[in-house]
Design a binder for this molecule. Sequence first.
Ligand code: PL3
Ligand code: FE2
Ligand code: FE2
Length: 232
Amino acid sequence: MQQLTDQSHEIDFQSEKYKDAYSRINAIVIEGEQEAHENYIQLAQLLPESEKELIRLSKMESRHKKGFEACGRNLQVTPDLQFAKEFFSGLHQNFQTAAAQGKVVTCLLIQSLIIECFAIAAYNIYIPVADDFARKITEGVVKDEYSHLNFGEVWLKEHFAESKAELEEANRQNLPLVWKMLNQVADDAKILAMEKEALIEDFMIQYGEALGNIGFKTFEIMRLSAHGLAAA
Ligand code: PL3
Ligand code: FE2
Ligand code: FE2
């Protein structure tokens, strides 16, 4: 049986409805990439031994942002950046608070695990339903995001014993925000032919795998990754 990987032929990318939803989703992605850029610069200050690598990641994030800006322009959509800033404010605040306290484990969990897994899930689900221009851009971006996730996994695995308690606390504080964010985009995502259930499923797979790679046991992963999910 032939697998259906390109469902985009049924979508009217120029309809007002599509463009209206895209103005928010596109802005979220642009803002997400911008915040990721800034977060890796801050992480570079917190982890001088990985400074070069983290600055390299931060530069990749600026390129992603430019790519998604081009996707919006290509559809003649103006991104609603105010909406997107608001959308990220919870995670943004938590990252800033943790960074100010030198809590590098919390910062890595927020950026390299939660935000990267959220991005990977969203981009994976978006690729088959994207317009041709955006699909090419997003395919390139998602490859990079796996390497950003990997940076966090490797560091946290190496420091697992001493990071475990902080990871659990940071997960408890931040994962419920992800479910809230998902609910906030669900209606717009659906107009782009992205299903909320598929986003949740992909996120859970990426995040669960990441926690396993770091050193958490299966029963711990289940407890951690479902935290606050009831609200979604
Ligand atoms: C980190 O490198 C990037 C952070 C971006 C976060 C994106 C979250 C996206 C959630 C919105 C779901 C729709 C995605 C559509 C893709 C264009
Ligand atoms: Fe990115
Ligand atoms: Fe990234």
